[in-house]
Design a protein around this ligand. Sequence first.
Ligand code: NAP
Length: 299
Amino acid sequence: MGYQSNGSAAAVKFLIYGRTGWIGGELGRLCEAQGIEYAYGAGRLESRSSLESDVEAARPTHVFNAAGVTGRPNVDWCESHKVETIRTNVIGTLTLADVCRERGLILINYATGCIFEYDEEHPLGSGVGFKEEDQPNFVGSFYSKTKAMVEDLLKNFENVCTLRVRMPISSDLANPRNFITKITRYEKVVDIPNSMTILDELLPISLEMAKRNLTGIWNFTNPGVVSHNEILQMYKDYIDPYFTWKNFTLEEQAKVIVAPRSNNELDATKLKREFPELLSIKESLIKYVFKPNQKTSVA
Ligand SMILES: NC(=O)c1ccc[n+]([C@@H]2O[C@H](COP(=O)([O-])OP(=O)(O)OC[C@H]3O[C@@H](n4cnc5c(N)ncnc54)[C@H](OP(=O)(O)O)[C@@H]3O)[C@@H](O)[C@H]2O)c1
């Protein structure tokens, strides 16, 4: 089974899972805007026959998985719904990968980079990020634990492109899922540098990755890190000069959440090598999020 490059002129058709979700919805809008033929999958990930029917009906060249259980209001939900989390994120994701593999189809899988935490070899502030081949070291939440297990198993599927998304941000500041919107609404926030994913810049790149038939694991974040306070200061500079916020420590944060959260830097060198135009996280925040939403004159 080969996955040679399609070349940019070749016709593609994308089958996308996650129609009602944030990333899945954005992918459909992007395909519309770029004139790419696409269809949404109607099947549930854990139902193999429903996925087979979708592929049969759509006859795609590539499949995108933006379906998954992320928990509402947040991943703490997964702590009390372990079987439901396994059903979609483990059984479902593996089933879709296997259905695609049987048909020689590449699966672009929106996974997570929240499977690492700063450690002695990758200390906070060092600029040494986790690489694609590093073993996950964060299993503090059930969500992350299952995502790490699935990433490891998916390494055996040569047709899968695993994109490690982190703390997704978009230019839609009204979206409550947007990391910026979340932290501007919290009563108190921690202040830790992290790798993050600017969807406006990176989702189009993921479509291009499919066209190039790229597979394997990719740290799918903008290069570098940005801290909560740095983002909130940009928000104050560009959007609301009267905005204020309060910080608290990780220990204080632990009292208001159920499961620990991961903080890390991912090394984006591999993605940058493939897409040299990729902006650093701070440049991307300004270009794709803050400038288009700018309300102040001073910034
Ligand atoms: N948002 C984040 O902070 C974040 C961060 C890193 C990685 N990711 C990953 O990126 C992926 C997409 O995230 P998102 O934020 O776009 O998620 P989302 O907004 O919560 O949407 C999830 C989508 O998955 C669908 N879905 C759930 N269970 C399903 C199943 N068993 N079969 C078929 N569809 C199912 C949902 O459809 P229904 O409503 O019909 O169930 C919905 O369309 C997830 O795997 C997530 O883990 C997200």
